[in-house]
Design a protein around this ligand. Structure first.
Ligand SMILES: [Zn+2]
Length: 54
C-alpha cells in the first residue's frame, strides 16, 4: 500500500486504508480516507456500464 498522506498532527506518513494515524492515533481527514475514492470509483464504473449497455 502506498503511503501518500502525511498526518496533519505529527507528519507521520499514513496509508490510505484506516481512519487514524498509525503513530499518534489522530483521526484522518475525510479526503485522506478510502471512502471517497471507493464511492467515485463505483460511480465511474456504473457510468461506464450504462454507456456500454446503452
Ligand atoms: Zn499522526
Amino acid at each position: 500500500m502506498l503511503r501518500i498522506f502525511g498526518c496533519r498532527d505529527c507528519g507521520h506518513k499514513m496509508r490510505l486504508a484506516g481512519s487514524r494515524c498509525g503513530y499518534c492515533r489522530a483521526p484522518k481527514e475525510i479526503t485522506q480516507r478510502v471512502f471517497p475514492y471507493a464511492v467515485s470509483l463505483t460511480v465511474f464504473l456504473l457510468g461506464v456500464a450504462l454507456l456500454l449497455a446503452g
